[in-house]
Design a protein around this ligand. Structure first.
Ligand code: DCS
Length: 476
């Protein structure tokens, strides 16, 4: 029997209109109809990606410190994971991994100091420029860090922040929830989802002429959902642009390990800006990273951090205050975030098996990205740019007029219409491009490349068969 909620006090009219207005694609309308193949989301563990043994060993030992000193542990765990766990536990007073990390002297609400030290050293080793543990804010995945920044930067509807289109909707949702103005800048699909500075300039000019106070610029590199990895010259232009225009650069770098194109390499915006000679006083830069993606793929552990550089001390105090409201991020996530930035080194007992696991995951992802790209490109009316990185394919579908008309009649976006048919026919869940934003009149969908390699041929065959039937049904 359906429950009767008519006497409960809150109706939709009472809910914050900003919450009603938000659209959050990857768990949106299509998903509520799905029971089966969740290819809508970058959730590696749930699609069969094996966690990295070394990380799990250290986490297990830290979670149950009593076993660290037991003699059997030596035969079950590698020597360097035991060593790491001891080092980490030594940073946590009385080895209390179940405590808040904020009420002790040596640690604070922005994360355990020793873990932030590890991250700062890891950043320094990767970037070649010093990292400061006081710039590191540990968070439950990258998402809360993004929300904190929006909370800090958005004071009224007049404050605007440009984000890429298409984009992972965390940004548009967060800006809307914090009552700011979301400004779109378009990535250029024809040139492989390039990011043109002239597009920034136009959007900035238009926003300013409307009286919007543009505060920051969001760049996602490697790009979700596009898969584009920015070239060095492009990153330099972006840094220069933000510096010149006085914008905080919000650099989402959560896919930094997911680069498959042989001619591309990931470089952080911190590395780019410092190698251009810009220091703390020249550019305000916030870099987001996460344990959810990469070869680690530990989304559920909620590990992440932001590196917060180029702000006055009084601003840092404000963001510290915002972070403190949450008391602290979860300790396992903090540990994992430190581990991804300090993985086993040559000579460590785990090094060989760790490297083999990492390489197996990344090379398989690269193969899967290519197979899906080729499969999509072989479909009638579909074009798919090379996914240079990330965990997704983002093909464009040129839908027949009859399908567009049928979608209109069904009061849904044409790509959502396509996605719904795909789901009904095959059980495969993808995200319609309209949920990420796209140039008007173009239609796409996003499919993760995460299904295990042995499942890919069956997926390709189901998709191909479906697509053919769909096109036949709706052709002119
Ligand atoms: N930034 C980008 C670009 C992302 O794609 C995601 C998650 C996040 C930040 C936040 O992740 P965490 O909070 O877990 O660190 N990506 C979603 C997606 O597109 N599929 O799965 C989750």
């Amino acid at each position: 029997m359906a429950s009767d909620y008519s006497s409960t006090p809150i109706t939709l009219n009472d809910v914050n209109p900003k919450v009603l207005k938000c659209k959050y694609a990857i768990r949106g309308e299509i998903l509520t109809h799905a029971q089966i193949l969740y290819y809508n989301i970058g959730n590696p563990d749930s699609l069969g990606q094996k966690p990295i043994t070394f990380f799990r060993e250290v986490l297990a030992l830290c979670d149950h410190p009593l076993i660290v000193d037991r003699s059997e542990t030596k035969s079950l765990f590698s020597a360097d994971s035991v060593e790491q766990a001891i080092q980490i536990l030594d940073q946590i007073p009385v080895r209390a991994t179940g405590s808040y990390s904020h009420s002790q002297e040596t640690i604070s609400s922005i994360g355990v100091k020793g873990l932030r030290d590890k991250i700062a050293s890891g950043i320094e080793a990767l970037d070649g420029f010093p990292g400061d543990p006081n710039d590191i804010f540990l968070t439950d995945g990258a998402s809360p860090a993004v929300h904190m920044m929006m909370q800090l930067l958005i004071g009224s509807e007049n404050d605007g922040i440009p984000c890429p289109i298409p984009q992972y909707p965390l940004y548009s949702v967060s800006i809307t929830l914090h009552r700011g103005t979301h400004i779109s800048y378009y990535l250029d699909e024809e040139s492989g989802w390039a990011l043109e500075i002239s597009e920034f300039e136009n959007q900035l000019k238009t926003a300013r002429s409307r009286g919007v106070n543009v505060r920051a610029l969001v760049v996602i590199n490697p790009g979700n959902p596009t898969g584009r990895v920015l070239a060095e010259a492009n990153q330099r232009e972006i840094v220069e642009f933000c510096r010149k225009e006085g914008l905080v650069l919000l650099a989402d770098e959560v896919y930094q390990e997911n680069v498959y194109a042989h001619d591309k390499q990931f470089h952080s915006f911190k590395n780019r800006s410092r190698s251009m000679g810009f220091g703390e006083k020249d550019i305000s830069l916030v870099s987001f990273h996460s344990a959810s993606k990469g070869y680690y793929g530990e989304c559920g552990k909620r590990g992440g951090y932001m590196e917060f550089t180029g702000f006055r001390p009084e601003i840092r105090e404000q963001i510290y205050k915002v972070a403190s409201v949450n008391l602290c991020s979860n300790i396992s996530g903090q540990i994992l975030a430190s581990l991804i930035m300090s993985p086993p080194k040559v000579g460590d007992e785990s090094y060989k098996s760790f490297s083999a696991e990492k390489e197996a995951i990344l090379s398989s992802l690269a193969r899967r990205a290519k197979i899906l790209e080729d499969a999509f490109n072989s479909l009638e009316g579909v074009t798919c740019y090379k996914a240079e990185g990330v965990l997704y394919s983002f093909p464009r579908i040129n839908l027949p007029g009859k399908a567009i008309k049928a979608a209109e009649e069904a009061k849904t976006a044409p790509d959502a219409f396509y996605a719904r048919h795909l789901l009904n026919a095959t059980g495969i869940v993808v995200v319609p491009g309209s949920e990420f934003g796209q140039r008007p009149g173009t239609w796409h969908f996003r499919c993760t490349i995460l299904p295990q390699e042995d499942k890919i041929p069956a997926i390709v065959s189901r998709l191909t068969q479906f697509h053919k039937q769909f096109m036949d049904e709706f052709r002119g």
